[in-house]
Design a protein around this ligand. Structure first.
Ligand SMILES: [Cu+2]
Length: 213
């Protein structure tokens, strides 16, 4: 009498695959969605745009360490006769790489808004980049002296989450974990900046932050 031979390898592989695949195919998105379940989202009103610069709303969760710089520099590019991005939010200590990706001679001048002091002013030829560590929290103006229409803003802040408001000041932020937060509203106009204690709930949380300090 011969012993039954073990199943071939491909058979085992298929069994494992079947076990993995089955639970996934069992619940489609339709079955998963409860009728009243809303996506977690914070909606609100912050100050409207000031001199072309929209408000930035920064969310710092209680009991969570502030954001730390990434090892790789964060890039602010010069392309299409504009800075990209127009608004950059980074934690203190972040290295930012200012890059020129087009065949146009530009320069980069960065000023700390609070004191209007110049941090640096460098020429950026095509293909070149200049790195700078932004240590001090606050807002920075970024301009190109050669092209008056070229400007951007950098906000240095350790908050874990942020969103940029629309020009009318309204904003939406999805997927923010529920809990207690310190919320900072940043505006180019210092008199419109404010700080709030906020509880973010499941579902929809509405915040009125347009009041200023
Ligand atoms: Cu330029």
């Amino acid at each position: 009498m011969t012993k039954p031979s073990p199943p071939p390898r491909w058979w085992l592989t298929r069994q494992v695959l079947a076990v993995v695949v089955l639970p996934v195919s069992g619940c489609g998105p339709a079955a998963d969605q409860a009728p009243n379940q809303e996506i977690d989202r914070v909606v609100g009103q912050a100050p409207a745009v000031v001199e072309g610069v929209p408000s930035v709303i920064l969310f710092e969760p209680d009991g969570v360490a502030v954001g730390t710089p990434t090892r790789e520099p964060v890039v602010m590019d010069q392309v299409g006769m504009a800075f990209d991005p127009l608004i950059l939010v980074v934690p203190p200590g972040q290295t930012v790489s200012f890059r020129n990706s087009e065949e146009v001679a530009h320069n980069v001048q960065v000023r700390l808004m609070a004191t209007d002091s110049v941090l640096f002013n460098v020429s950026t030829d095509f293909g070149s980049s200049y790195e700078h560590v932004l240590d001090e929290a606050g807002g920075y103006d970024v301009i190109c002296d050669i092209h008056p229409g070229m400007w951007a803003s950098i906000i240095v802040d350790g908050a874990r989450y942020h969103t940029v408001a629309r020009s009318d000041g309204s904003f939406v932020l999805e997927g923010l974990p529920p809990g207690a937060y310190t919320v900072r509203v940043w505006s180019k106009d210092a008199s419109l900046r404010s700080e709030h204690r906020v509880e973010v709930a499941r579902g929809r949380t509405e915040l009125a932050l347009a009041g200023g300090a």
